[in-house]
Write a protein that binds this ligand. Structure first.
Ligand code: G1P
Length: 279
């Protein structure tokens, strides 16, 4: 199974920092957010990872490369803990550049030749997952059981109007449609999709078909997904664990705090700061 990370976007919600630092490189303390996705993929057994990037994302490519000089220095010094921090990823990581920002649907078409006739997991790097079973592994398991494309969902989160919401078929398991950001009260179910998808490779055919009909603006994955849905090819999997949304400044702040709080000393610092703010 290959993994794909869509990391070409401008990151305008984080301007001005994203003028020079890719959004995916914004860290939770000491670890860039994209590294959480890479770890999730590797822990899910994914060994080939393709990252879709764009101009101004060079630091991302450097980060995912080896830090060969430092490795050498730390090895000479016998600094095992430091060496561990920069250990090379146990995955083949390659990059494709999206040259024009024509939407996630267009980005998804770019790796077709590299992926070939195999299912693959897609991650939007805004959505991080903390939990026992890595999120990509949860999708892979559901695909093994069904043979279908799988959409990861949150069940009834606050602010359903911020998500792509699923309409379900009568069996309550297959997906009939996806409604992007429905007005409050009009949502077809309580299953909100997040940025983790497992696609069977026929998605490429439908992406190309939709692209042929597309005229202006960004091109999304929804047309192609709908074609798969009409052929009973799509199911959903409510996620186990916790999803962190680093796509907005407030969500990013929460993700930093939750990650930091895994260390008891840091948790104490956070609570002390919160007390001071409250006073
Ligand atoms: C995207 C998708 C949407 C999904 C959301 C999850 O929206 O289009 O279907 O629910 O990610 O994070 P965006 O957040 O980019 O507006």
């Amino acid at each position: 199974m290959k993994g794909l990370i869509l990391a070409a976007g401008y990151g305008t919600r984080f301007l001005p920092v994203t003028k020079t630092i890719p959004k995916e490189m914004l860290p939770l303390i000491d670890k860039p957010s994209i590294a959480f996705i890479i770890d999730e993929f590797i822990q899910s057994g994914i060994e080939d990872i393709i990252v879709i990037t764009s101009r101004r994302k060079k630091s991302l490519e450097d980060y995912l490369d080896r830090e060969i000089e430092l490795e050498e220095i730390f090895r000479r010094e016998g600094a095992a803990a430091k060496l561990e921090k920069i250990a090379p990823y146990k995955a083949n990581i390659s990059f494709i550049r999206q040259q024009e920002m024509k939407g996630t649907g267009q980005a998804l078409m770019l790796p077709e030749k590299m992926i070939g006739d195999e299912p693959f997991v897609v991650a939007y790097p805004d959505d991080l997952h903390f939990g026992e079973t890595p999120l990509a592994a949860q999708l892979i398991k559901t695909w093994e059981e069904t043979g279908c494309s799988v959409l990861s969902t949150l069940h009834n989160p606050p602010n359903l109007e911020r998500y792509g919401i699923l309409a379900l078929k009568e069996d309550g398991f297959h997906v009939k449609d996806i409604v992007e950001k429905p007005a409050p009260g009009t949502e077809p179910s309580k299953e909100a999709t997040i940025g983790r998808y497992l696609y069977t490779p026929d998605i490429f055919k439908y992406l190309r078909e939709g692209w042929g009909k597309h005229t202006t603006g960004e091109y999304f994955h929804t047309y192609a997904l709908k074609q798969q849905m009409d052929r009973d090819g799509v199911v959903f999997k409510p996620l186990e664990g916790e999803r962190l949304d680093t796509g907005s400044p407030a969500g990013y702040l929460k993700a930093i705090l939750k990650y930091a709080a895994k260390d008891p000393d840091m948790a104490a610092e956070i609570l002390e700061a919160a007390d001071q703010i409250r006073r």
